[in-house]
Design a protein around this ligand. Structure first.
Ligand SMILES: [Zn+2]
Length: 353
């Protein structure tokens, strides 16, 4: 893979256009991503764009933020004279710099100095959680012996979890999908990064060829899987719609960048995973399968603590039956909620002090 950044290539041709007067950064960001992806190709998009966050725009500029800890040098090296301004943004766990990129419109005077504030940014809630209900749309995920689809279970649990958080915490909660929609794995991570989430929680239901496999598993990111079974599960979850969205053989560079993004949060991710796993074990009286690590694509490039929970084995007839039961799903939601609250007390509040 060539060591190129998609932003300069996007800014040389017909480049990103953001409509004036559109205050919905989310919608803008979706358009910008689509445009950059189309212009730069999928591989470049995946490797460079995923960690970026759209923070604002002012023609002719598009303002993107990147985690400074690994991107600052890269930004200096790659943007050269296209780089118009950088600004630093403090948040408890990450410093981001904004990359100001030519949007292809007539040039305006470059901002003076390096400390420009982004425009059009809404105030951020004190605590932001992005919940990712696995699969959706054309991708049903795993299907149980009696026909229950993973995509329906994950959305149901995500909604219950969201309701609990909103009812009991001063927080903002965003679902990567709130309908039965197809959302690519990279977009899910991009949504969490764009929202500058404090936590990214992916919800799935497990599958195994062994019909008697049971229990919850909580994962955080690693290139190396904990064991063969974890590797197999990551391969299944990465391969949505048969698109082989998993780890590419020639994707070392993108892997390194993504790893650098999430590696800053591995300790907190592992702590969160541990708390979730404990609470699931306590609440559900199900077999403890422990916390594990595997190369889940959706966790790569996340610039916040990020975990993936396999709540139960939908392929196990008994657990599939439980996953149809509203009370059981409430208990799952409660266990994850209590974990998030504990993590918030332990880390987020502590950071703010
Ligand atoms: Zn899944």
């Amino acid at each position: 893979m060539k060591n190129v950044c998609p932003i300069p290539c996007a800014s040389t041709g017909a480049a990103v256009k953001i409509e004036a007067g559109d205050s919905q950064l989310n919608a803008q960001w979706a358009r910008v991503r689509g445009r950059l992806r189309a212009e730069c190709g999928d591989a470049a998009f995946r490797s460079w764009l995923k960690p970026l966050v759209l923070v604002g725009h002012r023609d002719p500029e598009v303002r993107l933020a990147v985690p400074t800890r690994f991107m600052r040098d890269w930004v200096d090296t790659h943007y050269g004279d296209r780089l118009r301004a950088l600004w630093a943004e403090e948040r408890p766990s990450v410093r981001t710099v904004a990359v100001v990129v030519d949007s292809g419109r007539p040039q305006a005077a470059a901002p003076e100095g390096g400390a420009t504030q982004p425009e059009g940014e809404r105030p951020r809630a004190a605590f932001v959680v992005v919940i990712d209900p696995g699969h959706g749309g054309d991708d049903a995920g795993a299907v149980g012996p009696s026909g229950l689809s993973e995509k329906d279970v994950t959305l149901d649990i995500a909604r219950r979890l969201k309701a609990r958080i909103l009812a009991e915490m001063d927080a903002e909660v965003i679902l990567t999908r709130d309908t039965d929609a197809t959302v690519p794995l990279d977009d899910r991570t991009a949504i969490a990064n764009h929202q500058r989430a404090d936590l990214f929680v992916c919800i799935h239901a497990n599958a195994s060829r062994r019909g008697n496999a049971r229990g919850a598993e909580t994962y955080f990111l690693s290139y190396q899987a904990t064991d063969d079974e974890s590797r197999a599960i990551a391969a299944i979850e990465n391969n949505t719609l048969g698109l082989e969205e998993g780890v590419q053989k020639d994707g070392n560079l993108e892997m390194i960048l993504w790893d650098l993004a999430q590696s800053a949060f591995l300790k907190e991710s592992s702590v969160l995973a541990e708390i979730v796993q404990e609470n699931l074990n306590d609440a559900l009286d199900i077999a403890n399968r422990g916390i594990k690590q595997a190369p889940f694509r959706v966790l790569m490039g996340a610039t916040m603590p990020a975990i993936l929970i396999e709540v139960a084995f939908i392929t196990n007839p008994e657990e599939e039956r439980r996953l149809r039961d509203a009370a059981f799903k409430d208990r799952l939601g409660s266990a994850i909620f209590e974990s998030i609250r504990r993590f918030h007390e332990k880390y987020v509040q502590a950071r703010a002090r």
